[in-house]
Every structure is written in structure tokens, then in C-alpha cells.
Write a protein that binds this ligand. Structure first.
Ligand SMILES: Cc1cc2nc3c(=O)[nH]c(=O)nc-3n(C[C@H](O)[C@H](O)[C@H](O)COP(=O)(O)OP(=O)(O)OC[C@H]3O[C@@H](n4cnc5c(N)ncnc54)[C@H](O)[C@@H]3O)c2cc1C
Length: 314
């Protein structure tokens, strides 16, 4: 019996969400009194793979040949290398949204996505998940032999637990029918998915020529930049920065919303942030109801002052 963790990397380094998910999976394996096996289909170096042992993995399954972004091949790779698994854990990411349901069908395994806490029972597996754009919490029971869990970002802390670990290179699988022909990579210096702080702006910034203020604030805070949907629709910012119900869902420690009204569709993708700060000239803007801190005023006056003060503190 074992718990399996699917790991994700970017540019050869494991993502923060993978360290959260492996820490979670390690705790689940302790609850079930089983081993933790990590599976990697990302061509990471041996040195990078060995990092997984620091978080409880006793075995890592990997391959020399990978097909980047091919969820069909990845699903095949995982299902081929499953041995007596009770629980499979993913980070709740774009990748897992493509792989976990395919794997669920293939293995006849029940899935709980966007899970926010450790199982409250292991027989059957009972977990809590966020639903309705994080407006509700559901209690889920999984009765299939294998349970698949995708962990919400920032829902579980990264905990080291060093183990002796072996790396097992296995044969790859046939390529699937999916080929990625091009990728638009986010323009920001810090990736949105990994960012601890996000500086986000909306139509209140009036035009793309004013984004130097947003970028400067993001720079001093070592933050990623994001924007509301209309801003990316008009082409002021790239679509990769669009957050919300129809964009990326983010959950940083600090989300600063500048000139964003706070429509429910925007909040749906950002309201899992630990702390939200809204800067808006309209005291009645809906964002102030959701934010932890609010500054009523003109962004063009407030943001330069903020930058100045943060520089002084630094
Ligand atoms: C099906 C559907 C899905 C959607 N999905 C998303 C989504 O994923 N993400 C998303 O963001 N939106 C989404 N929307 C759109 C959403 O409903 C809002 O229209 C949008 O979020 C508004 O963007 P905004 O706040 O940038 O612009 P506005 O609504 O125009 O708000 C601009 C804000 O800036 C403030 N402001 C103006 N000047 C200043 C200044 N000088 N200083 C400070 N503040 C100022 C104003 O008071 C105002 O509150 C969706 C809509 C639909 C129907």
C-alpha cells in the first residue's frame, strides 16, 4: 500500500505547490501507515529529484523520455506505474486539472479537487474542499479503492521530513495525441502561481502607459503582476496575467488590488489570498467589502507614495 504524489516542475525546478502537495501527501501516508512514492514526468536532474526525499518520499519513479504537456501520455505513465496505491495526491494546478480526471476514469477512482485540509477519516477517505468559487466548503467522502486528491494552493504548509529514497528510472510510454505547439509565458519576473505577493490592477489605471507604477510596486515587493479581465481583453496586459473566475485562480499571502472594482467574477479567483488590500478612488467599490485593508483614494497618488515608503523600509 502506498500514497502517490505527482510532482510538477518548471524550468527543471519543482514548484512550491509540489512541495505543499508532497508535505500533505506525506502526512496522508502517515495516517494510512504506508510509504510515500513520488512520480515525476518532468525530466528533472537527479539533484532536483533528490529534494523530494527531504519531504518524505521513499521512492521516486521517473523516466528519461517525457512528452511535455501531453496529459494523455502522462496519465498513461502514472497508471502504468501504480502499484497498490490507496491515495494519489496532486497540486490543484492546470496540469492536474487535465490529468486527474483522466486518471480517475482510467482507475475508476473518485476525485476530490481543491481540497483544503487533511482527511478527517481514512476509511472511507473524507476531506473538505472549496466549491462555488470558494464561497462554500463541502465535505466529501470517497468510496473507491483509490482516492484522488488535488490540494488547493496555500492550503497546507511545507514540512520537511527527510527519508532515505531510491530513484527508479522506468520505461516511458507512447506519445499521446496532444502536442503543444507554442506557449505564452507570463511576462512578469515572478510567476503568478508561485508568488507570495501579487500586485494586480484594473481599468482604474486608465491605460497601459501607466503600468510602470504597477511594475515598480511589484519590483520593490518582489511580487508578481496580475490584472482584471477587461484589462487583458483590451490588450493593456497579456492574457497570462488575467485572474478571476475565467482567468487564473491565485492564493498568495498578499494580494494588492489597484483600481479594480471587485466584481464577483474577479473575487472568485483571488479570494483565497491570505490578506487582500484594495486601493480604489470609490469608497463604495465592492472590493472594500472583501478586502482586509482598504485605501480610498487616487491610485496615481497612493502607489508612488507606497513605493517610496517601501523603499525606505527596505
Ligand atoms: C462570465 C463572466 C466572467 C468574468 N470573469 C472575470 C474574471 O475572471 N476576472 C475579472 O477580473 N473579471 C471578470 N469578469 C468581468 C467582471 O464582471 C468585471 O467587469 C471586471 O472585473 C471589472 O474590471 P475592473 O475592476 O478592472 O474595471 P471596472 O469595473 O471598470 O473598475 C475600475 C475600478 O477602478 C476604480 N478607479 C478608477 N479610477 C481610479 C483611480 N484613479 N484610482 C483608484 N481607483 C480608480 C473605479 O472606482 C472602479 O472601481 C467576468 C464577467 C463575466 C460576465
Amino acid at each position: 500500500m502506498s500514497v502517490l504524489i505527482y510532482t510538477e516542475s518548471w524550468d527543471g525546478s519543482f514548484r512550491k505547490s509540489t512541495f505543499e502537495a508532497i508535505s500533505y501527501a506525506n502526512e496522508v501516508s502517515k495516517l494510512l501507515d504506508t510509504d510515500l512514492v513520488a512520480i515525476s514526468f518532468g525530466n528533472e536532474s537527479k539533484q532536483e529529484l533528490e529534494k523530494l526525499a527531504k519531504y518524505g518520499a521513499t521512492k521516486i519513479i521517473t523516466s528519461d523520455i517525457i512528452y511535455k504537456g501531453d496529459s494523455e501520455a502522462t496519465t498513461e505513465f502514472i497508471s502504468k506505474n501504480i502499484n497498490d496505491v490507496n491515495v494519489i495526491v496532486f497540486a490543484n494546478s492546470y496540469t492536474s486539472k487535465m490529468i486527474a480526471p483522466r486518471l480517475g476514469v482510467k482507475l475508476k477512482a473518485g476525485i476530490a479537487s481543491n481540497v483544503i485540509a487533511l482527511p478527517t477519516s481514512t476509511d472511507p477517505i473524507q476531506v473538505q474542499r472549496k466549491s462555488f468559487s470558494s464561497k462554500a466548503i463541502e465535505n466529501i467522502e470517497i468510496h473507491s479503492d483509490i482516492a484522488i486528491i488535488t490540494l488547493a494552493p496555500n492550503a497546507y504548509e511545507i514540512i520537511e521530513d527527510s527519508k532515505n529514497c531510491q530513484i527508479e528510472k522506468v520505461e516511458s510510454v507512447k506519445k499521446g495525441n496532444i502536442t503543444i505547439n507554442g506557449q505564452e509565458v507570463s511576462s512578469g519576473k515572478v510567476s503568478l502561481a508561485e508568488a507570495e505577493i501579487i500586485v494586480s490592477a484594473g481599468r482604474g489605471m486608465k491605460g497601459p502607459e501607466n503600468w510602470n507604477l504597477i511594475e515598480e510596486l511589484a519590483d520593490v515587493l518582489f511580487a508578481a503582476t496580475a490584472c482584471s479581465k477587461p484589462v487583458s481583453d483590451i490588450g493593456w496586459r497579456p492574457h497570462s496575467e488575467h485572474v478571476g473566475q475565467t482567468g487564473k485562480a491565485v492564493a498568495p499571502n498578499l494580494y494588492i488590488a489597484i483600481g479594480i472594482s471587485g466584481a464577483i467574477q474577479h473575487l472568485a479567483g483571488v479570494n483565497s489570498s491570505k490578506v487582500m488590500v484594495a486601493i480604489n478612488s470609490d469608497a463604495e467599490a465592492p472590493f472594500f467589502k472583501a478586502a482586509d485593508y482598504g485605501i480610498v483614494g487616487d491610485a496615481f497618488e497612493i502607489v508612488p507614495k507606497l513605493i517610496e515608503e517601501i523603499k525606505k523600509i527596505k
